[in-house]
Structures are given as C-alpha cells and as structure tokens.
Design a protein. Structure first.
Length: 160
C-alpha cells in the first residue's frame, strides 16, 4: 500500500495508494472515536494544505440506510451521523462528496451502539459482499472521472 505517515499529534492512519487516473490518491482512516472523526480529517487537510475541499470524498457506514443500499451525495447535512457532524464542524463545510454504505436497519435507542459494533450475520454475508463489490465499482468510476450525477443515478437506487 505504501508508506504510512501520521500528521503530528493526531490519531490518523494514512496510506498512499496508486490509481491509474490519479497516483496521488490518499486513503485516510481516522483512528479517533467516530464522533471525533473531524479532528483527523482536519489534520489531514491542514497537513497537506488542502484549500479546495472538493478533492475530498468521505466513505462511511450509515445505519439510516438498509444493508445493501449505497447513497452518493455531493452535499447536505449529517442526518444525525455524529462522525459526519464532527467532520462538517471541523472543516466548516457541508459541501463534501460522500458515499454512504447502508448497514441498517437501525434498532434505535440504547441498542444502536451494540448493533453498529457487532459483526454481520451469516444470512447477511451474501448481500454484504455484493454491496461491497458495487461500492468498490462505484468508487473506481468516481476516481476515474465519472460524473457524480451519473453515479447517483446509477447507484443510489435500492438493489436489495
């Protein structure tokens, strides 16, 4: 994958990866608690002196979407997702491209944390695998320059 580096004083794991259309693609996996993800993302933005946030793409799980559903978006609110709230607050921006990966249904209340941290059931594995393949395909298309509107039309429909 490449050399791992870390912005000073921030818990962030970064890996440089090569991609045919952009050899400077950087994958960032925050090593903070989810609701503090903004600290890690802000550290990366500062470290690399990124002034144009349109180069960012957030990929994250979304309990509000059923397992098997993908949702591309170019902007919007956090919808109660504390990790996205943190990122938007730290960056002072809501216009960040994102790919949401459904892991629902949301059991709600006190059971939510246990649900999000649990493993997928045997009966969910086929759907999980096919959804991961679709997500990777859509990400390759995005990184290859496919228009976001086209991706939204193609992948935002439910294929459960």
């Amino acid at each position: 994958m490449g050399g791992f580096t870390e912005p000073k004083k921030e818990k962030t794991l970064k890996a440089k990866v090569r991609h045919s259309s952009d050899p400077k693609t950087l994958l960032v996996y925050p090593q903070t608690y989810m609701n503090e993800s903004g600290r890690s993302v802000q550290a990366v933005v500062h470290w690399y002196k990124l002034t144009d946030l349109s180069c960012l793409l957030l990929v994250y799980d979304e309990i509000a979407l059923p397992l098997g559903q993908l949702r591309w978006a170019k902007s919007g609110g956090a919808g109660g997702h504390h990790g996205l709230e943190s990122i938007q607050r730290e960056l002072g921006a809501r216009d960040i491209v994102r790919l949401r990966f459904g892991i629902g249904p949301d059991p709600g209340g006190a059971r939510r944390a246990d649900y999000v941290l649990s493993t997928f059931g045997v009966d969910e594995r086929d759907l999980l695998e096919s959804t991961l393949k679709r997500a990777v395909l859509s990400l390759r298309e995005y990184l290859g320059g496919v228009d976001l509107s086209a991706l939204m039309t193609k992948y935002n429909k439910a294929e459960l």
